[in-house]
Ligand binder design. Structure first.
Ligand code: 13P
Ligand code: ZN
Length: 286
């Protein structure tokens, strides 16, 4: 291999950034992506690392179960539409220290910069998802998909309401995220507070909506994480159109709770019962 860009994991990462841009989820520098590298992937990239890594930088959060791991990350303020043109200027690989509390840049951001401002949230989410998935989870992805954000202006900011709306807006949603999606109220982006609030939800859910801002998803690989973002946004688009056409009221006909149970049975997935049984008078889809 003559370049780090010949390494498959780098190619897959770059393709995901490109695909998110194509779907309109990454205006300007909106959104960010991190990938927790397998040992062999870090080994494949190591020959291209900087001869002198950057200085250690405190994260403001700690993730002990990520000590010594390597993450591929987008740069803060970098536009995802430029990733494909110049990965070495817009991406980086960071190494976490032995306490899981600081990082240093070992590759990329050649014209300067730092990893995404949401790195504390990504690191804490990786920590939680690694633990609850027995090490399977590797991708944390944040984007600004417009329809799911639009719905945070009109529906109660509750996991039960959002999940029921999504499950009932596209037949196979409940198979893609049978556990549901969490909802974080509006918070200042980029700090440790939003990191902690998101992590609390990621104990249970593999996706969390950020009110008036965007969506965070996780997954074991790029396809699964991207597919989760795409499915949630598509269902949100359908719900937005159906709600608008009906003047904001519950659509005239819906996938029923019994229909959802039938799908769960047929596909062998256990739907979150609390969400299936949730009722809120006067709220669409509930
Ligand atoms: P960064 O450019 O720092 O990744 O921030 C983008 C974003 O979407 C913050 O929530
Ligand atoms: Zn954002």
């Amino acid at each position: 291999m003559s370049s780090i860009l010949d390494v498959k994991v780098m190619q897959d990462y770059i393709r995901m950034c490109h695909d998110g841009v194509g779907l309109g989820w990454h205006e300007r520098n909106g959104g960010n992506l991190t990938y927790r590298m397998r040992e062999e992937e870090a080994d494949q990239c190591r020959p291209y690392f900087k001869s002198e890594p950057g200085p250690w930088v405190e994260l403001g959060v700690q993730a002990e179960n990520l000590k010594g791991e390597y993450l591929i990350a987008t740069g803060s303020g970098k536009f995802l539409r430029n990733v494909e043109l110049a990965p070495q200027d817009n991406l980086c690989i960071v190494e976490l220290n032995a306490a899981g509390s600081a990082y240093r840049i070992v590759w990329g951001l050649e014209n300067g910069g730092r990893p995404t401002s949401e790195l504390p949230t990504h690191v804490m989410n990786h920590s939680v998802r690694k633990r609850v998935t027995d090490g399977e989870n590797r991708v944390i992805y944040h984007a600004h998909p417009p329809y799911v954000v639009a719905l945070t202006y009109v529906l109660p900011l509750k996991a039960e309401v959002f999940t029921r709306m999504l499950w009932k807006s596209e037949t196979e949603c409940c198979v893609v995220f049978p556990g549901g999606v969490g909802v974080v109220p509006w918070m200042v982006p980029g700090g440790s507070d939003i990191a902690r609030a998101t992590c609390a939800l990621m104990e249970t859910y593999d996706a969390a909506v950020w009110a008036f801002h965007g969506l965070f998803v996780s997954g074991p690989d790029f396809d699964t994480a991207f597919g989760l973002m795409h499915t949630i946004e598509k269902a949100s688009q359908i719900a937005s159109i159906a709600l608008a056409a009906g003047g904001g009221n519950t659509p005239k006909q819906l996938i029923t709770d019994e229909n959802l149970r039938d799908i769960g049975r047929e596909f062998g997935v256990a739907l979150n019962e609390e969400i299936l049984n949730y009722r809120e008078a006067g709220t669409p889809y509930c």
